[in-house]
Write a protein that binds this ligand. Structure first.
Ligand code: XMP
Ligand code: MG
Length: 179
């Protein structure tokens, strides 16, 4: 698996350090608000787990699975709900936990959906951002790392469901996804 990685972009230590910082900031922002923290599956599941351990105020969690990519490396622009939330977001302060923002299409659909369902507020934290891929005008409220326009894997992110279990973020060798 490690042999398929051309370059490690962000190490495990850097990721964990950044998540501690994000946790501190979010603990202040959401003190006394009992946020509903929503993990966007599957990619954000490792970030979610590490992040909530660093948020020190009461919160609730829920999980939602959306898909826009299939086995391709480009967004189709179609966001499909694969698994919906169990809880209602009406009147709640919602914190959306994303792995990566590229075109922004997935997130803009999700924010609209949650606002239509009556969320009191929507805040977005993303671990990674690829601003050069943007096709809609959208920024996260909190961003861990800005990445170059390359397809990355690891720390929850996959290529055709593989590599999610790498503890760092890396770039795949091109021959892996062109073959
Ligand atoms: P959009 O383009 O809608 O994409 O902002 C957001 C979702 O697409 C996935 N994504 C990636 N997954 N490596 C991945 O494994 C990448 O480089 C990458 N870029 C986008 C991801 O699931 C994200 O939630
Ligand atoms: Mg994916």
């Amino acid at each position: 698996m490690q042999n398929d990685i051309q370059e490690i972009l962000i190490s495990e230590e850097e990721i964990q350090g950044k998540i501690k910082e994000l946790g501190e900031v979010l603990s202040k922002e959401f003190a006394d608000r009992n946020p509903l923290v929503i993990c966007v599956l599957k990619g954000a599941f490792i970030f979610m787990a590490d992040l909530v351990k660093n948020i020190t105020v009461p919160l609730e969690m829920d999980f939602m699975a959306v898909s826009s990519y299939g086995a391709s490396t480009k967004s189709s622009g179609v966001v499909k709900i694969i698994k919906d939330l169990d809880q209602t977001v009406e009147g709640r302060d919602v914190l959306i936990v994303e792995d990566i923002i590229d075109s922004g299409l997935t997130l803009s659909h999700l924010i609209e959906l949650l606002q239509n369902r009556g969320a009191k507020s929507t805040t977005v934290v993303t671990l990674f951002d690829k601003p050069s891929g943007r096709s809609v005008n959208l920024e996260a409220d909190y961003t861990g790392f800005v990445l170059p326009d390359a397809f990355v894997v690891g720390y929850g992110l996959d290529y055709a469901e593989h590599y999610r279990n790498l503890p760092y973020i890396g770039i795949l060798k091109p021959e892996i996804y062109t073959s």
